[in-house]
Design a protein around this ligand. Structure first.
Ligand SMILES: [Zn+2]
Ligand SMILES: [Zn+2]
Length: 171
């Protein structure tokens, strides 16, 4: 049976949280239907859940442990430094102008996404997306002094696309 929260037109008697019996609440677990309050609800992809069902619903691929983050940050810093240096060399050779100047941003974005994803066995999370974005932004910042087009709208847009490519891979 599907429970449609809020779809019931009949007034309900006051419900109290299963875990905090003194707290009145209109919320209930989308899995077992027990009443929960804002203190104990767990946000799941399919709605709100009680602490017990929320534990079971946590998908392992989103459960990125601290060690994974440490590895991702290490790879991200590597991509920022390595990508930044290659970017500077690229600008020195090609001048950093025109359509060609978008190549480093896209390449670093691609590399950041692929390498960070590989370092965490393809896991995805919001935190990893920030690390990937930071890696691309870091490489861009390192390349700025060497880029005659730095700050130009086109260069900002290509960096944005580079960040987008990186984030898509690990989000
Ligand atoms: Zn539940
Ligand atoms: Zn509660």
């Amino acid at each position: 049976m599907e429970q449609q929260p809020g779809a019931d037109p009949e007034p309900q008697p006051a419900a109290y949280c299963h875990w905090h019996p003194s707290v009145e609440t209109g919320l209930s677990c989308s899995q077992c239907g027990r009443s929960i309050c804002t203190q104990c609800l767990v946000q799941a992809s399919v709605g709100i859940r009680c602490p017990e069902c929320g534990k079971a619903a946590k998908m392992p691929t989103f459960d990125v442990q601290a060690s994974y983050y440490a590895r991702a940050v290490g790879v991200g810093i590597g991509v920022a430094l390595g990508g930044g240096v290659l970017w500077v060399i690229f600008n020195a050779i090609f001048g950093g102008f025109g359509i060609l100047s978008s190549v480093p941003a896209l390449a670093v974005g691609y590399a950041a996404g692929e390498l960070i994803s590989a370092s965490v066995n393809g896991k995805r999370s919001k935190g990893l997306a920030w690390i990937a974005a930071g890696a691309v932004a870091g490489a861009y910042i390192i390349s700025l002094p060497s880029s005659p087009a730095s700050g130009y709208l086109f260069s900002v847009i290509t960096v944005g696309i580079g960040i987008y490519i990186a984030v898509l891979r690990v989000r």
